[in-house]
Design a protein. Structure first.
Length: 317
């Protein structure tokens, strides 16, 4: 048990890779049914996601570059205002002595600053390593999923193997539909963000829409983080626009959690909306983001197993 707890993070990454591979299986299966070799089908699906990621980078590269350039150009002006008592920054400098405080913090807290930078570097390295592990394992599972399934079925007695194969394929199919439904709801969130930002003239609506769609894939907290980020960007327009944007995201989050997502899940995986909401909350509390992602497929799997093996016996007893 202690060993399992020590490799818990690695097992979580493996679970994420399994979930992604199963979720993408319907797309790979669609290509293989059109006589595309499985290796090429996996390559095409991954290429599509890489192109989507490259499109997101292309959307945000120019806005980020422009903002960084504007920030660099504004720094000399801010420094000049610090020494001008007739400006707002000058008043702050006279009252709080900001420059001397910054110098003191840098001179006395050099070690702490270095430790913070090293900690941030370790965190970035850990994230990159985790991402590489998930990508590599996902590619392997996508390519070898039929072989892995057949190997697992050999542990089942031949007399019951056909039924187990049918149940397993149904679980995998519903999990794949869940992934596609999650992508659809995320696309709705991205389109709604684009439409709102374009209507109220918030800058970079396309980039923000893509960002929201990407973050909305993370259950429970993803859409909240995206809403806060877009509201902060809207603050560059005006305070009323930022408040209206925050209100829009509160309303959209309620609609997504209690109308869009449960109905999409019920259509895709035939799970009651209450089970969807409770499952996501419970999974998120137990295993964080990964738990929230696999909660609904786990509920679907349990329901199928109950229908196949438990309820027929209880109904006839």
């Amino acid at each position: 048990m202690q060993t399992v707890l020590q490799i818990g993070e690695l097992l979580t990454l493996f679970l994420a890779a399994v979930f992604i591979a199963i979720g993408l299986e319907p797309l790979v299966g669609l290509l293989t049914r059109h006589r595309v070799r499985r290796g090429w089908a996996v390559f095409v699906v991954l290429l599509g996601f890489v192109m989507c990621l490259a499109g997101f980078v292309a959307l945000i590269a120019q806005p980020v570059t422009n903002e960084v350039d504007a920030l660099i150009r504004a720094i000399p002006n801010w420094l000049a205002q610090l020494h001008d008592r007739h400006t707002f920054l000058g008043h702050l400098e006279d009252r709080y002595h900001l420059v001397s405080r910054v110098h003191g913090a840098l001179s006395s807290g050099g070690t702490g600053l270095l430790g913070g930078l090293l900690g941030a570097g370790k965190m970035v390295l850990s994230l990159v390593t985790s991402a590489v592990i998930v990508v590599v394992v996902t590619i392997y599972l996508m390519a070898a999923l039929p072989v892995i399934k057949q190997f697992g079925f050999r542990f089942v007695p031949a007399s019951r193997r056909a039924r187990v194969e049918t149940v397993t394929d149904e679980i995998l199919a519903r999990t794949g539909r869940f992934m596609l439904a999650n992508l659809a709801t995320s696309g709705i969130a991205g389109l709604a963000t684009f439409a709102w930002c374009a209507a109220v003239r918030v800058p970079y609506p396309a980039a923000l829409g893509f960002f929201v769609a990407l973050m909305d894939l993370i259950p429970v907290v993803g859409s909240t983080i995206a809403g806060v980020a877009v509201s902060l960007v809207a603050l560059s327009v005006s305070l009323p626009i930022a408040g209206a944007t925050a209100g829009f995201y509160v309303g959209f989050r309620l609609a997504e959690d209690y109308l869009i997502m449960p109905r999409a899940m019920r259509y895709a995986v035939d799970v009651h909306p209450v089970v969807t909401v409770v499952g996501v909350l419970a999974g998120g509390a137990l295993l964080g983001i990964i738990g929230a992602l696999v909660a609904v497929p786990a509920a679907v799997s349990i329901g199928i197993l109950l229908d196949e093996y438990v309820f027929p016996r209880t109904d006839t007893s």
